[in-house]
Every structure is written in C-alpha cells, then in structure tokens.
Design a protein around this ligand. Sequence first.
Ligand code: SF4
Length: 73
Amino acid sequence: MAKIIHYRDKCIGCSVCFEMQPEIWRMSKKDGKATLLRATEKKSIYILPLSPSIEDLTKEVAKACPVKIIKIV
Ligand code: SF4
C-alpha cells in the first residue's frame, strides 16, 4: 500500500493541508505545525498508510503544500 510521508520538522504551519483534508491533518496548538493523525514517527518523519479512498485528495494536498514536505511513496 502507498504511504504518506510527512517531513514535519520543515512544516511552516500554513494550515493548507488541514483546510483541504481535516480527516487526517490537525494543526498543533503546541508548535503550530501540522500533525498527520495516526501516523507512526521515525526520526521526526511521520508515516501513514494511504488508503485508496483518500489517495486522490491526498495527492492534491501534497501538491498544495507550499514547502513540499508531504510525499506519497
Ligand atoms: S501544507 Fe505543508 S507547510 Fe502547510 S501546514 Fe501542511 S504540511 Fe505544513
């Protein structure tokens, strides 16, 4: 299954991902960065299996992220 990779360290907190796809993104009140819900963390990189039902929208979100830190692999 494809995965969403979020390089959270480089997030600038613009909220675009959360506005487009609140199902899987939240803005952290602690540090203002986006959090990928239910993701697994490894060295500040967050990984979540990408279910086919949200694949198209997630690709749009990845494109829309101004610093391109959301990847689909
Ligand atoms: S769109 Fe990118 S930079 Fe903006 S909050 Fe989401 S992950 Fe961070």
